[in-house]
Design a protein around this ligand. Sequence first.
Ligand code: AMP
Length: 613
Amino acid sequence: MSRIVGIDLGTTNSLVAFVDEKTGLPRVVPDREGHTLLPSIVAFTPDGVLVGDAARRQLVRHPERTVYSVKRLMGRGYEDVNDELCYFPYKVLPCEGIVKIDLGDRAVTPPEVSAIILRALRERAEAYLGEPVEKAVVTVPAYFNDSQRQATKDAGRIAGLDVVRIVNEPTAASLAYGLHRLKEGVIAVYDLGGGTFDISLLRVEAGVFEVLATNGNTRLGGDDFDRAIVLWLLDDIRDRHGAYLGRDAEAMQELRLAAEAAKIRLSSDERTTLTIPFEAFTYHQEITRADVEGLIARLVEGTLGPCRMALADAGLAPADVDEVVLVGGSTRVPLVRRRVQEVFGRPAHSQLSADEVVALGAAVQAHILAGGITDMLLLDVTPLSLGIETLGGIVSVLIPRNTTIPTSAREMFTTSVDGQVVVDMHVVQGERELARDCRSLARFELRGIDPMPAGMPKIEVVFLIDANGILQVAAKELRTGKAASIEVKPTYGLSEADVERMVEDSFAYAEADVEARLLIEARNEADTVMTHVERALRQSGELAPADEREAIRQALEELRQARSGTDRDLIHERTTALNRATEHLAEVMMDAALKDALGSKRAAEILASRGES
Ligand code: AMP
C-alpha cells in the first residue's frame, strides 16, 4: 500500500498529516523544531525563495515580494479580486483570465506559489516518514468553484504531488471528528479560517458520512477581521498623529501584524494595548474586546445567512442538528462562538485542535483511499449549480447545487445550420439566472460532427462532476454513434502547457531554492553567534587577556566578511572558528558567574540579570 498524506493548504497556515499504522489514528507531521503549522507565506528574496516562518520574517522588510493569503487568488480572474487588491502589499496583474503576482524581475501564478508551500510540506513529510511522498489528499473550502479546485490540483502537480482527491475542508473535519467520537446523527461543521468561510451539514450513519448541504463565502475570514481593525487604526492614527499611513506598504504590514496579534489576544483578554513604533512616532492605544466586536459584527453576521441557507437546502431545522463542530482559527473569537450558538441553539464542540482538525481529516480520507480504512465512506456534494448558457444568456441548470458527487447530467444538442460540423457552448457555475452573473467555467467546441441538415444530428453531451468536484465532459453523436471531440477552453486557469512548463521550472528552481535556504540559515546562525560574542566582549571582555580579545575580534571580523559573501561553507567554517576563539572567555564568564552566585547573590538573580543582557 503506497502512502497517501493529507494536506490542509490553508490561507494562513498549512499542515500535512498521515495515519499512523500502529494506532490507526491520524497525526500531524512536525518540522525539525516540532512546529506543526507552516505559515502559508512565500518570500521571493534576492537570495532565493523562503517559505513559512522564514518568509514571515520578510513581511515587513520586503512586503512587495512576500506573498501571503495566496489562497484568495487561486483560480480567480482579475475582476474577481480587483476590489481586494488594495489590501495586498504585493502587485497583482491580470494575465489571460487568471492573475499573476508581479515580483519585479518575474511574475508567478497563484498555483506556483501554492506549489512552493506544498513542496515544503512534502519535504517535511518525507524527512519525518523517511520515505518518498508522491500522493496527497488536499483540502479546499467546500465553497470553492471548479476553477479554484482545478488551480489547487495544478499546484499539486507543479509540486510533484499527485493530488488523488480534493476534499472539502468541513467534510474532512467531520471525518476527523467521526473517527474521534464515533457519534451518529446530523453534524454542522462551521469553518471560519483566515480567508474563507464554509458551513456544511452532514449525516453520519453506520460509517457513512453524507454531506447534506454546504454553503459559504470564499472571501470571508479572519483576514477581514484584521482589515476592519487596521482601517480603524488608520483613522485613529490620523486623528492623533496627523499621519495617514494607508499608502505606506511597510507601515501597513506593521499595522496588519499588530491588528492580528491584538485580535488574537482579545479572544482570551477583555482589553489589550497596541504599541507600534514608527519612524516619526510611537503609536500607543488600548483597545477592548467590545471595540473589536463592534468592528467585526457585520462580518460575523455575514456567516449566518449561509448557515440558514444550508439548513433550508438540507430541509432541516436548527433543532435537527445534533452537534455543532467549530473549525478554523477564527472560531476562537468569542463573538463568533456566541452567534453560532444562538443560530443552532446549542454550544459548539471544539475538542480537536481547530488548527489541525482539517489536516487530520484529510489524512483519514487519504487512508480510506489507500485502502487502510474500509468501514468509512464519504459522500460529498457539489457546492454550486452547474449549467449551460442558452438563448438570451439564460442559464439552464444541469446539476443543482448540493447534489451528491460524483454525479452526471446529460444534455442533447443539435445544429442550427445545414452542414454544420462544429457546435459551441458555454458552461457556467453559480446560482444566478443569467450566465453573465455566474462564473464562466469553460467554453466547449464540439467538433467532427458529420455534415447533415440542420436539426438532424443528435449530440449527447455528458457532464460529469468527479469526486473532486471538478467537471469533466464527454460527447457523442447518437445517429452515427461517432464520438464528437471536445475542446475545452477553461475560462480561468492554467493550460496544460502552462502546468508542464511550471513543473519544469520548479525542478530548475528547486535546487537553487535549497541552496538559498541553506545560505540564509548559515547567515542567521552567524548573526546569532556574532551578536552573542559582541555582547560578551562588551560586558565581560576584561576577563580575557588582551591577546585573546584581539584574536576574538579578528575572528569576528573574518566572519563578518564571510557573511556578506555567498560562500556558505566559509560562513560555517568561520562561525565555528569564532565559537572556538571564545571558548575560554565563555568558561571564565561562567566561572565568574558561579563565584558571584556562591559569594552572596541568589542564582535566580544571576540568571535574571543574564537573561536581561
Ligand atoms: P486558519 O485558516 O484556520 O489557520 O485560521 C487562521 C485565522 O485564524 C487567522 O485569521 C488568524 O488570525 C485567526 N486566529 C488564529 N488564532 C486565533 C485566536 N486565538 N483568536 C482569533 N483569531 C485567531
